[in-house]
Design a protein around this ligand. Sequence first.
Ligand code: FMN
Length: 364
Amino acid sequence: MADLRVSIKDMRFKNPVLTAAGPTSRDGMTLLNAAAGGAGGLVAKTVSVRAAEIPHPNMAALKSGVLGTKQGMLNAELWSEIPLERWLEREYAIALSAGLPLIASVGYTPEDVASIGPRLEEAGVHAIEFSTHYVGGHVEIAKALKEAVEVPIFAKLSPKVDVAEVAKSLEPHVDGIVGINTYGPCLRINIETGMPLLGSSAGEGWMSGAALKPIALRCVADIAKSVDLPVIAVGGVMSGEDVIEYMMVGASAVQVCTAAILGGDAVYGKIASEARDWLNEHGHDSLEDIRGIALKHVESPKTLSGTPHIDLEKCTRCALCMKSCVYSAISVDKKKNHFEIDPERCQSCGMCISVCPYHALSIP
Ligand SMILES: Cc1cc2nc3c(=O)[nH]c(=O)nc-3n(C[C@H](O)[C@H](O)[C@H](O)COP(=O)(O)O)c2cc1C
């Protein structure tokens, strides 16, 4: 049985799937529920000097006929609506009773984090993540927090900055990097009313979930290549395979927000056990076996060409590959148990390989 435990600084996580700052970490009870749902560690909603006043509505699923709501969502939520005092008196203590490492999240100015940091530490949190969501001034914030507290500090980056450059500038001042926050601004319209789905200024919101993952994965790879610090990945983790992908580009753990909003507290444990199954099936003893192994290929990718090979044992003849082959090179007939790729038509584009849920196709 593969070992899912990971350690970051002095924190020992029973699995690498942590909560993320958001509505699924909005208070102590919500964090306890996440722990009961199998989270390996807890990250709380961002707190600041004053409670946030958030617009309504502030969440909208991204949907399309083909993909349902699995793509992700937009949000216009800000930081915590719960006053800092209540977090300090009550919410962190409730979360700590889960017995898991607890990372507080704080924003936004150097003065804010320097005044709040020591109070979070006193409340017993094991580390502090600071959010730089589109506020900039990363190094000044990091220095102010580092000088104010003893616990490890993590900088959470937004995807619109040059994450490699920012991570390098932060390296002497932080204990780890969290990447990434949501991407935006983005927009959705209710076609029955013609109004934006979100009640924020200009109806704009910030994107998260599966649609964010390729952006986040590239950012995590860039950060891992640039600095010698633990990287906690966040963005579109919906399954165990997503955890594996992030570990391969150098992540030490992941955070999950949108999957828990759409799927409930049990997703943390489900994602962790899917990651364990993958490691077992591929003969790995622990996540350390695969951490960072994709980075060398990201730096110098190989060009593959030729007609994909089909593993008929793995193929279920579901025909997803045929439907997405724009060159009409694939024919599948489930009733006749038939599968064929026409090498004359195949352009080696790779789409069929990426849509196959059973990993039955490969270019040798
Ligand atoms: C509704 C909502 C509220 C969020 N609030 C915060 C927050 O208070 N602080 C923060 O750093 N990130 C916040 N985030 C960003 C998430 O922590 C995470 O970085 C992002 O959603 C990408 O992860 P995901 O695809 O798993 O959702 C929020 C995300 C959502 C969807």
